[in-house]
Write a protein that binds this ligand. Structure first.
Ligand code: CDV
Length: 312
């Protein structure tokens, strides 16, 4: 049996610091129309798609920082994206910075939403694995201050029914952690949407940075295969405000194979026809979690190790 879902990754090139939301949204609508024209029922945009990747800077002025955040979704400038989605009958995933006001307290999250083909928000996720630092690091041209600007996500890794399958979401650094996929894999996820911004020079170690592209695909392909799920991974790539970011958006099958990949570092749509039943083959054989996972044995190993006398 086959259950096909046509999906698109809408990679974006750089978004300048002074580029208004309305311009980013216009670019996204152009990409959405192309995705739809190529038959896609779902389009996945990058992480923090509406603005430049501002965690690269130390921003002490609160109103300056707030300007990168959305206080409502949709807001005045993002509404056209929702309207176009409803007009075309296409679902989308969008990453953005979310500001929640609770009395005098402000809570900030790195967030993604899933909007269904009627233009309605059907699911929300807040990034769990926040990379970088909460204090600026000396000697760096670009900081990575996600820990300073965002709280750890408080919504877990939910999965839900949409587009004829069981869907999940995560954001950027989440893709490097096996827990991300496994928590959703244990819930039977069939397609994970993922947006990212990955600066090439983020570690400060030349030899590691040279592997940025390899580590990107390694993480996504392993996560897809080991959890029998499709992953649609979408970058904001290119040189943004002087910071070079990887592109390489990819659609990865439950086999771990890349079935579509971006060839530029700018605005580009890639598409694939995903058979959501493909994951079943892996879930019923090599990765039949019920039959083959051994959670109690994992616990025992940890216990024994802790209990072992030092000279054992
Ligand atoms: N936006 C990110 O989460 N970026 C991280 C970098 C900094 C390591 C990533 O995992 O791609």
């Amino acid at each position: 049996m086959s259950r096909y879902l046509d999906v698109a990754a809408a990679q974006m090139g750089p978004v300048a610091r002074d580029e208004p939301r309305s311009s980013a949204v216009r670019r996204m609508i152009t990409l959405m129309r192309e995705a739809r024209a190529r038959g896609a029922d779902l389009v996945v945009y990058p992480e923090l798609a509406l603005t430049t990747f501002f965690p690269r800077w130390v921003i002490d002025d609160e109103s300056e920082l707030d300007a990168f955040f959305e206080t409502e979704m949709p807001g005045r400038e993002t509404a056209p994206l929702f309207e176009e989605s409803a007009r075309l009958g296409i679902s989308f995933y969008l990453g953005y910075a979310e500001l929640v006001r609770e009395g005098s307290e402000k809570r900030r999250f790195n967030t993604s939403i899933f909007v269904d083909g009627t233009g309605t928000i059907a699911a929300k996720y807040r990034k769990v694995h926040l990379p970088g630092h909460d204090e600026p690091q000396a000697g760096r041209t670009f900081q990575h201050l996600e820990k300073r600007y965002f709280r750890t996500g408080d919504l877990g890794f939910p999965v839900w029914h949409a587009c004829g399958g069981l869907m999940g979401m995560c954001l950027c650094n989440d893709r490097r952690w096996p827990e991300t996929y496994r928590v959703m894999g244990l819930q039977g996820v069939e397609l994970i949407m993922l947006g990212y911004n990955t600066p090439v020079h983020h570690t400060g170690y030349e030899a590691v940075d040279a592997l940025a592209g390899f580590h990107n695909h390694l993480s996504v392909q392993a996560g897809a295969y080991q959890n029998a799920t499709w992953v649609v991974a979408t970058a904001k790539g290119g040189t943004e405000e002087g910071s070079e970011m990887i592109a390489q958006s990819a659609i990865v099958a439950p086999s771990g194979e890349i079935v579509a990949m971006a060839s530029t570092r700018g605005d580009e749509v890639i598409t694939a026809r995903c058979d959501l039943d493909l994951g079943r083959f892996y879930r019923e054989t090599i990765f039949d979690f019920e039959r083959h996972r051994e959670p109690s044995a994992y616990g025992l190993i940890v216990e024994r190790k802790g209990a072992r006398p030092p000279d054992a």
